[in-house]
Design a binder for this molecule. Structure first.
Ligand SMILES: Cc1cc2nc3c(=O)[nH]c(=O)nc-3n(C[C@H](O)[C@H](O)[C@H](O)COP(=O)(O)OP(=O)(O)OC[C@H]3O[C@@H](n4cnc5c(N)ncnc54)[C@H](O)[C@@H]3O)c2cc1C
Ligand code: FES
Length: 508
């Protein structure tokens, strides 16, 4: 029988809080977590400020705690998030240990925002910073500049009119109709005003003059910069298909999602091109709206190149159990008014056609400016491009991973935010190599896949545990080295693997 969480204001025996303990209790109506680490006692709010994961299931590393769901980290002494995706602090509580009892004596005052002073190295105090793109990476960079004490002009340019929002949710709860739009903003307009961050919304950057250090915007304005950060993300890859009525829809922005929801409300059948993470998340969300969903993809099994055939087959059967049908080994050849025709000659009814066949990094402006590009904009481990005053991050960048000795391109929310933060610090002269271990998650009905590490190539996949029981670890090996793991129902293992990758580049 589970004991109910103790009232920490009444106190618990110190023997119940030995070194390494996480003890869940409460103070009044507030759930509070007691942690003893490296001999120091802390009491903090028990739920992550991102999506409310129970931190009692998290991992304590030094004086921080990491969240089990999406690997945010919090400083236990101050509650402040030390890495995204969480942006808001945990509540902090005063705790005392006396006469063999540990007692929480009340809420601690919120710490005043710690402002670090940049270490000048000659290029550390740009006259102004212009950021192209106000998504995950760009908005994180803007707020980090202020958090680091930078008081010069910060301008964010973005063609989207919305404040930064939770893009991953667009294919999940928001599309399914289980999350209202009010959940989506990551920061609101008042935040940017208070931080004195200027936003130029509804216009995009069209050219960079690296010699003159100016950016030209689509309204003709020339914006001078001291340092420039390119965080323009990626655009959906167009579906190569005969589509005379322009019926194919894509999902990248909030506007796309709203248009999709309106169209789904008037539809009974949908065909989705692409058995990608995005395509299958959209499938699950549109099933929740009651549409008949058909997936068309050239792959023999979904995700087989990324996650391996066993996981792919499991995810396919999970979707089939929820009524999704698959047409694999084929592609859409033509889109008509009420149906699509496949390359194998079959016709499928389609009130709605959605393409989720990959994304292309938005690098045009960078390329025209003469910056080195591969798939994305090439940056070194400090996220600096081939021009020393221009940085690039997130989905738009290929960054040099010093641990692996190669450039990586990943399109993950958490990585984009962390790179935005790291680039801002480097713009201010900190010269910190970006070495965070990549992490992403993908949600399909009640199954969440957490992926830690990066295995763009692998030669062996091993599955430990049971996919069907939603309790397993999948390891991706490259020439004997584990490069990444995916877990289902094993958050603790995902966190432990992240630490191993950080410390040794592979699993302990
Ligand atoms: C529907 C959906 C679901 C996703 N789900 C997940 C998930 O579950 N887990 C996960 O890890 N990742 C997920 N991702 C990926 C994740 O959202 C991206 O990796 C992340 O948003 C990348 O951040 P970014 O800042 O590089 O780009 P973005 O967030 O795309 O921001 C780029 C911004 O740049 C702006 N821009 C473009 N061109 C210009 C220009 N010329 N000038 C100025 N601004 C410009 C754009 O308007 C945009 O606002 C998902 C993506 C989508 C679309
Ligand atoms: S719920 Fe904690 S990082 Fe998402």
């Amino acid at each position: 029988m589970n004991a109910s969480p103790p009232d920490l204001s009444l106190g618990v025996s110190a023997d119940d809080v030995p070194e390494g303990t996480k003890l869940l209790g409460h103070v009044g109506d507030d759930p509070v977590l007691l942690v003893r680490t490296e001999g120091v006692l802390h009491a903090v709010g028990a739920h992550c400020t991102h999506y409310s994961a129970p931190l009692v299931d998290g991992l304590v590393v030094g004086q921080t705690i990491r969240c089990p769901w999406h690997h945010a980290a919090f400083d236990l002494a101050t509650g402040t998030p030390s890495r995204p995706p969480a942006l808001h602090a945990l509540s902090c509580w005063r705790v005392e240990e006396r006469d063999g009892r540990v007692r929480v004596t009340g809420r601690a005052a919120a710490p005043s925002a710690a402002v670090e002073t940049a270490v000048p190295d000659g290029s550390s105090n740009p006259t102004s910073v212009v950021i192209l793109g106000g998504g995950a990476a760009g908005s994180m960079a803007a707020e980090t500049l202020r958090a680091e004490g930078y008081d010069g002009a910060v301008t964010v340019v973005d063609p989207e009119g919305a404040a930064p929002y939770d893009r991953p949710n667009l294919s999940k709860d928001y599309l399914a109709g289980t999350a209202p739009e009010t959940w989506l903003p990551v920061r609101d307009d008042a935040f940017f005003a208070e931080q004195k961050i200027t936003r130029r919304l509804g216009v995009e950057a069209t050219a960079i003059d690296a010699a003159q250090k100016t950016v030209t915007l689509s309204d003709g304005t020339a914006l001078p910069y001291g340092a420039l950060l390119i965080a323009t993300g990626a655009a959906p890859m167009p579906l190569a298909v005969d589509d005379p009525h322009r019926r194919v829809r894509y999902l990248r922005s909030l506007a796309d999602a709203k248009a999709l929801i309106a169209a789904a409300d008037a539809a009974n059948t949908v065909v989705i091109a692409g058995a990608s993470f995005l395509g299958l998340e959209v499938a699950a969300s549109l099933r929740a709206r009651g549409l008949a969903v058909r997936i068309v993809a050239p792959d023999p099994v979904p995700f087989h190149r990324i996650l391996g055939p066993e996981v792919g087959a499991f995810i396919q059967s999970l979707h089939e159990q929820h009524g999704v049908s698959f047409h694999l080994g084929t592609t859409i050849a033509a889109v008509h008014m009420s149906h699509v025709v496949l390359s194998d000659g079959h016709a499928l009814p389609a009130d709605l056609v959605i393409a989720a066949v990959g994304a292309t990094p938005r690098v045009d402006v960078a390329r025209r400016a003469g910056l080195a590009t591969q798939r994305g904009i090439v940056v070194d481990e400090f996220l600096r491009t081939s021009d020393p005053d221009i940085y690039a991050v997130g989905d738009a960048a290929d960054w040099f991973d010093g641990r692996r000795g190669e450039h990586l391109h990943v399109e993950h929310w958490v990585v984009a935010q962390r790179q935005g933060k790291a680039a801002a610090r480097n713009i201010l002269g900190r010269r910190e190599a970006f070495d965070a271990v990549p992490f992403f998650w993908s949600q399909h009905y009640d199954v969440t896949i957490s992926y830690t590490g990066a295995a763009p190539r692998w030669d062996t996949v091993t599955v430990e545990g049971s996919l069907e029981a939603h309790d397993c670890t999948i390891r991706y090996h490259e020439r004997g080295t584990v490069r990444a793991i995916a877990t289902i129902g094993r958050d603790a293992e995902s966190l432990a693997a992240e630490l191993d990758f950080e410390q040794s580049g592979t699993l302990a």
